[in-house]
Design a protein around this ligand. Structure first.
Ligand code: FAD
Length: 397
């Protein structure tokens, strides 16, 4: 049984940001468990699917983002025993810890909709949610001149709640420019009662959808897909009716949950149907195990799961972990900040930023963030990626 002072599970946005901050604070004896040799900047996948960024711009070797002095264990974690303070690795080895940071992200449940696992990647079914399919989204959009395009949103919590509709707007704007928009029926299937949680942005998005002639099906969900027949079933949760729709392009976002081993493990929040990890919503400390913290997509926090949220969670976890190491109480509070860059056209964006109370929390207070802006689109495409690679992942911002 090897022993490490701090073990971080997951070398994605959250795990690397916390590792960098702990190293900056002089913490030693950190091990990072991460099976993948690639680190992905997922927010750009929307633009990959929209034909506005190459996939290669979204990946870097994992080794290049791991801070100096952090020991990389290239394995998947398979189980955690918080009583013994030990992690079991994929190869069966066990690793003991004094402090644990859980950041393995979430799992895409392609099997959660009958027929989806078989159809994805074939039969004109695509998804920006996985790097192997995002470039295919653009091929399908580019190749379409008429027919029906359907964009779906799952009924579970998901990462970047805006991403299922952003790609619909990028596609519609492309078809508008190609002068084929009037020949394409676009259907957006959303399980919620509105296009967005915060009413003020929802109203703006409603206008965006109408501008493109998009049929919005609210309180509705894709409940089956038949790739061979190119049909999907949409269930309307208000009336309980099921409708079969033929499609020529289907952008599907799968149901999402905590990874299976987390869901069935001892750190999962019993109140979370998807098995996300329990964490105090302000300190991010586990309620039963004070030496365990969780952040990022895997944490059961009542806010939207985004990289922008991780940017504000990581400093809280690092500061609170340092306090706990010194025997003090965690006092740094995360306020639920999250942000969703809502791309509404090929050169326009709305930046929705808010906290646990759904109160707007703008980073640029002088700008009217309820207006679509070209400057914001440029910021997403060209400003945010370098800030991510050089600022967030190095613990500087
Ligand atoms: P990830 O970054 O997903 O990292 C999880 C890591 O854990 C991975 O490296 C994985 O390999 C590793 N892992 C998995 N299982 C194990 C295991 N068993 N043991 C050890 N390691 C494991 N956010 C925004 O802020 N703005 C956006 O515009 C935006 N757009 C998005 C668009 C799309 C299409 C998608 C898919 C996401 C988008 N996001 C956006 C969300 C953002 O990417 C995530 O919220 C963010 O990456 C969460 O960070 P994380 O570290 O929790 O998870």
């Amino acid at each position: 049984l090897t022993h490490r002072h701090v073990v971080i599970v997951g070398g994605g946005s959250a795990g690397i940001s916390v590792a960098a901050r702990l190293r900056r604070a002089g913490v030693t004896g950190i091990a990072l468990i991460e099976p993948s040799d690639t680190h992905w900047y997922q927010p750009l996948w929307t633009l990959v699917g929209g034909g506005q960024a190459p996939l290669r711009a979204t990946r870097r070797p994992e080794a290049s983002v791991i801070p100096d002095g952090v020991h990389w264990i290239r394995q998947a974690a398979r189980a955690v025993d918080p009583g013994l303070r030990a992690i079991t690795l994929g190869d069966g080895r066990r690793l003991a810890y004094d402090h644990l940071v859980m950041a393995p992200g979430l799992q895409l449940d392609w099997n959660g909709v009958p027929g989806l696992a078989e159809a994805i990647g074939h039969d004109r079914v695509t998804s920006n949610y996985a790097p192997e399919y995002a470039p295919r989204t653009w091929d399908l959009i580019r190749g379409m001149r008429s027919g029906t395009a359907v964009f779906t949103h799952p009924a579970t919590p998901l990462k970047c709640g805006g991403a299922p509709q952003k790609i619909a707007y990028l596609a519609a704007d492309h078809w508008r420019k190609q002068k084929v928009l009037d020949r394409i029926r676009i259907i957006l299937v959303i399980p919620d009662p509105a296009l967005f949680k915060v009413p003020a942005w929802s109203e703006v998005l409603q206008k965006v959808a109408s501008r493109y002639g998009i049929e919005v099906r609210l309180r509705s969900e894709m409940t089956a897909v038949d790739g061979d027949a190119r049909e999907l079933t949409v269930t309307d949760h208000t009336t309980g009716t099921k409708e079969t729709l033929a499609y020529d392009l289907l952008h599907a976002v799968p149901p999402q949950s905590a990874p299976d081993w987390v869901k069935t493990g001892p750190l999962a929040d019993p109140a979370s149907p998807q098995g996300f990890i329990a964490a105090d919503k302000h300190t991010l400390q586990h309620p039963r195990h004070s030496e365990v913290f969780a952040l990022g997509d895997v944490a059961n926090l009542p806010t939207s799961k985004t990289g922008a949220a991780v940017r504000k969670q990581a400093p809280a976890v690092a500061a609170n972990l340092l306090a706990v190491m010194k025997g003090a109480e965690p006092t740094r509070r995360y306020d639920g900040y999250t942000s969703c860059p809502l791309v509404t056209a090929r050169d326009k964006m709305l930046l929705a930023e808010f906290d646990y109370d759904l109160r707007p929390t703008p980073s640029f207070p002088l700008i009217d963030t309820f207006k679509e802006r070209r400057g914001m689109w440029l910021f997403k495409r060209y400003g945010l990626p370098p800030l991510y690679w050089h600022g967030m992942l190095t613990g500087r911002i």
